[in-house]
Design a protein around this ligand. Structure first.
Ligand SMILES: *[C@@H]1O[C@H](CO)[C@@H](O)[C@H](O)[C@H]1NC(C)=O
Ligand SMILES: *[C@@H]1O[C@H](CO)[C@@H](O)[C@H](O)[C@H]1NC(C)=O
Ligand SMILES: *[C@@H]1O[C@H](CO)[C@@H](O)[C@H](O)[C@H]1NC(C)=O
Ligand SMILES: *[C@@H]1O[C@H](CO)[C@@H](O)[C@H](O)[C@H]1NC(C)=O
Ligand SMILES: *[C@@H]1O[C@H](CO)[C@@H](O)[C@H](O)[C@H]1NC(C)=O
Ligand SMILES: *[C@@H]1O[C@H](CO)[C@@H](O)[C@H](O)[C@H]1NC(C)=O
Length: 834
């Protein structure tokens, strides 16, 4: 008992003495030198000198104290580095916090506050690092704040910090990106509130031009950040504003959660939360995310629909037409925007308002907020004023209140799937009449007659089909049958019978007939999961049948459920799965058949390669990106492919790329994959290091494989191709070497004969190198890849890629936890090639 007490008090004593030696305060007699640290009271944050990335300079910064990844959140001397380790941070005789070095008497950096003579006594001033990462300069007796680092943010916003401005004190709080990973100096991108008149709104600027509009606060969120709503039960975001003041800040309800918002030098604003189990930062949103986020990409008076991947994403608002119709329709360049239809007057001429639904409402620099008005009053108000072009609810909470009226051209509208708002748009009487006609069911004569014709045709077709069906049923009983018999009848009781014909199950017999008993002459190839056969159904449709290797360990029902889900995935860059067959321990997947071969047949063959010009290659690169993006993000399932490779990309007759074998990971089941990783999934040359070595996979491992394919398409060589006289034993290494020497274009396939746009090819190589970076965290997401391919945004420099399987030396280097045996297994499994 006494012993225990003694031990306890000893521990308390020890902790106490330990606490007292790491200080959180700087004073004139207790400065901080390079190598020393200031630690906040709860030990969450540290302040000290650091060197970013490959730089050789020293900076004073604040970072998270206890994280394995050094995450700098504030830099004092971002634009005036110290070039040696003689820096010292202290309080000068005037009471300012200053950063000096050994050589000069002029401070390198200073808080630069001027105070009354009476207070000018350095001993009475201290600087304290608080638990929320705020460095506060204050009078030690009264604790009056003289200066705080929260008023001078760099690229990071933390809880309790604010972004905004105060016209009365001429202060503004904004975030500005670093120049590069190695240089925290002022970069190109800034996040701040616009000081224009109109309703306050936040922007991401590139230099001084709007790049992305986060928009105004609609009571619940910033209109350009619809995700905010999703996180509302974790994060409390609030905005305080009046005519001269606006400040946005946030805090976490659970104070132990660590988070940060950063403006990256690559032009993205991103929010992260620390995942303590995985010991890494998880990104929970990133903007801009689609092409419509580019400020004003469709000009004025237009609506941008980001989900329109195939067609043109810009459309004019009702009552408007393209200003430059040639650019608009032929070149698909929407930046000229739209103007009111010719000869239309919307002032005292029977005009009114039509509702355009679910939008990111327009730029509010030409908008006025009118509190206290209901929507009807708002309508009247706007109608009375001929300069008013549109209106919307100002505060969406509790069913909506207040009124925002726009006076002028409407800019930067986007269709939102979630959290969009309705905009009431001023149109002339013709447009207005059209609008009110439609929903009331008063149909145009033209429409009516076409509907009648269509119905008659449909009825005839149905009748013919029914006749054909009965004829066919009589003739052949055993060909192509939907297998829905004994076993499925129990489950059918619950399900709607109307789904029956859609059940994608083929009988074993149908398949066998179609593929002539899986004969050798019908075999198309052998893949990692089994063999592929060509077949032809009785209705003439050509199919490809994949006979899966046995013992895949999944139950029948699970298998069927997976297939039902996968059949619903439809995208022009995915091979269509038509159905499956499950009988007698056999499992087969039935796909659409594509007449052209797979990508590897074209790009790795000396003769075929020359048939692919740069335009086709670029289309293929973009198409694969769209397909993978769909799998990762846009489909409901979120699928990680895990075996992306050139031979899994098929080309249709028009050379559109189509990804095959997706969902294979799901069909084989999670445990199965883990256990079989080394034998089944993954192909030599395409596997990301973390997956190959530790079996850890994520969407980022697909990004890696995509990067390999991209570089292969450009070079016309396999990653694993080894060329005599080349320093690197694989393609990635070779590209990287040339890239660092500034000769990246030397890798481009010689059969292209220099006929390609060098800037775009370089950009693609750049993106490819970003995808194959060693560290999965650094690789872009697939949506970023798609965005970078289509937009000329600046992109960050790639870091050294992973050189896997390059012979012994590199293997040892990159296999941190794998050990020798798994490598042997891996090299044994050069399955690929179908
Ligand atoms: C540091 O930089 C300054 C100016 O760039 C230079 O004059 C000085 O010699 C440098 N000091 C060292 C130690 O390199
Ligand atoms: C300052 O520089 C002198 C020589 O220029 C050197 O002797 C001294 O150690 C330096 N002091 C610090 C703190 O680096
Ligand atoms: C301090 O302020 C003055 C004038 O306001 C300015 O000229 C000077 O550059 C500032 N110094 C630093 C280190 O910011
Ligand atoms: C704010 O700045 C403006 C112009 O830049 C100046 O006229 C005004 O006096 C300043 N106000 C304060 C309180 O410093
Ligand atoms: C959110 O923060 C604001 C301002 O800090 C505060 O007034 C409000 O009560 C908080 N909301 C909740 C639900 O805690
Ligand atoms: C709106 O844009 C058109 C042409 O794009 C321009 O002529 C007009 O002056 C603009 N209107 C306003 C109020 O800025």
């Amino acid at each position: 008992m006494i012993n225990k007490l003694l031990v306890n008090s000893l521990i308390i004593l020890l902790t106490f003495s330990f606490c007292s030696c790491s200080s959180d305060t700087i004073s004139s007699d207790k400065p901080i030198r390079d190598g020393e640290l200031l630690i906040s009271k709860s030990k969450t944050f540290a302040l000290g000198f650091f060197t970013p990335g490959k730089s050789t300079y020293r900076y004073v910064g604040i970072w998270f104290n206890n994280l394995p990844i050094k995450t700098v959140v504030w830099v004092a001397n971002r634009n005036s580095p110290i070039n040696d380790t003689s820096g010292i941070l202290t309080i000068d005789p005037n009471g300012n916090l200053v950063l000096n070095n050994n050589l000069s008497t002029i401070p390198i950096w200073s808080t630069n506050v001027s105070f009354p003579q009476s207070q000018r006594e350095s001993t009475s001033v201290i600087a304290q690092l608080t638990d929320i990462a705020n460095l506060v300069l204050m009078l030690s007796n009264t604790r009056t704040v003289l200066w705080e680092s929260f008023d001078h943010p760099t690229d990071t916003m933390l809880p309790y910090q604010r972004i905004g401005f105060d016209r009365k004190t001429n202060q503004s709080w904004s975030l500005r990106s670093w120049k590069t990973d190695d240089d925290p100096g002022n970069g190109a991108f800034t996040v701040k509130f616009s000081t224009n008149i109109g309703k306050h709104q936040m922007f991401l600027y590139k230099h001084d031009l709007p790049w992305w509009r986060a928009g105004h606060w609609n009571g619940e969120l910033l209109v350009g950040l619809p995700y905010m709503k999703r996180d509302m039960d974790v994060i409390n975001i609030s905005l305080v504003e009046d005519d001269n003041y606006v400040a946005l800040s946030y805090k976490m309800y659970d104070k132990s959660l660590m988070s940060r918002v950063v403006v990256q030098q690559s032009g993205f604003v991103q929010a992260f939360m620390w995942e303590s189990q995985k010991r890494q930062w998880a990104r929970y949103w990133s903007e801009p995310i689609n092409q419509c986020d580019n400020y004003g990409t469709c000009g004025t008076n237009s609506n941008c629909d980001p989900s329109n991947f195939v067609g043109f994403r810009c459309t004019c608002l009702p009552g408007f037409e393209p200003k430059f119709s040639r650019d608009w329709y032929e070149n698909r360049d929407g930046s000229g925007g739209c103007v009111r239809n010719k000869g239309v007057y919307v002032c005292g001429n029977g005009e009114g308002f039509v509702k355009v639904e679910s939008l990111k409402v327009p730029d509010t620099s030409v908008a006025v907020a009118k509190g206290g008005l209901s929507l009807e009053e708002c309508d009247k108000e706007c109608l009375r004023d001929c300069s008013c072009t549109a209106y919307a609810v100002a505060d969406v909470r509790n069913g909506g209140s207040g009124c925002l009226t726009w006076h002028g051209n409407l800019t930067d509208i986007q269709k939102l799937t979630d959290q969009g708002q309705n905009l009431f748009l001023r149109v002339d009487k013709v447009e207005l009449a059209d609008y009110y006609k439609k929903p009331k069911g008063v149909l145009d004569k033209k429409i009516l007659s076409s509907i009648v014709v269509a119905s008659i045709v449909a009825i005839i077709i149905i009748v013919i089909l029914i006749c054909l069906y009965y004829l066919w049923k009589k003739k052949t009983k055993d060909k192509m049958m939907w297998q829905l018999n004994q076993d499925s009848s129990e489950e059918e009781n619950g399900a709607q019978s109307s789904t029956r014909p859609n059940l994608p199950f083929f009988s074993f017999k149908t398949i066998m007939t179609a593929t002539r008993n899986c004969g050798h002459e019908n075999k198309l190839g052998q893949g990692g999961f089994g063999s592929v056969y060509k077949g032809c159904l009785v209705n003439g449709q050509e199919i490809a049948v994949k006979r899966l290797s046995k013992h895949s360990g999944q139950g029948k029902e699970e298998f069927k459920n997976e297939v039902k889900l996968l059949v619903k995935l439809q995208h022009r860059n995915l091979v269509r799965l038509l159905g499956c067959c499950f009988e007698k321990e056999e499992r087969m997947l039935v796909y659409e058949y594509l007449p052209n071969k797979s990508l590897d047949f074209f790009i790795f063959n000396q003769n075929q390669r020359s048939s692919l010009d740069w335009g086709m290659r670029f289309e293929i690169i973009c198409g694969i990106a769209r397909g993978v993006l769909y799998l990762h993000q846009d489909s409901r399932l979120k699928i990680i492919h895990r075996d992306l490779k050139a031979s899994n990309v098929l080309l249709d007759a028009a050379m559109n790329p189509k990804i095959s074998d997706f969902g294979m990971a799901r069909i084989f089941g999670e445990d199965e994959i883990q256990a079989r990783t080394k034998r089944v999934v993954g192909t030599y040359g395409y596997m990301a290091p973390e997956y190959a070595m530790e079996g850890r996979y994520s969407t980022k491992s697909d990004v890696f494989s995509y990067g390999v394919i991209l570089l292969e398409i450009i070079a016309g060589q396999r990653n694993t191709h080894c060329e005599i006289g080349r320093a690197s034993p694989n393609l990635i290494g070779h590209v990287w070497t040339l890239w660092t020497e500034g000769r990246a274009l030397d890798t481009v396939d010689s059969t292209l004969n220099q006929s390609y746009p060098p800037a775009i090819v370089l950009r693609c190589i750049h993106i490819g190198l970003l995808c194959v970076q060693e560290n999965a965290m650094n690789r872009p997401t697939m949506s970023e890849v798609a965005f970078m391919l289509c937009n000329e945004t600046p992109i960050c420099q790639p870091q050294k890629p992973a050189f896997l399987f390059n012979g012994n030396q590199d293997l040892q280097e990159s296999s941190t936890s794998g050990g020798g045996s798994s490598i042997n297994e891996l090299t044994e499994t050069t399955i690929s090639a179908r």
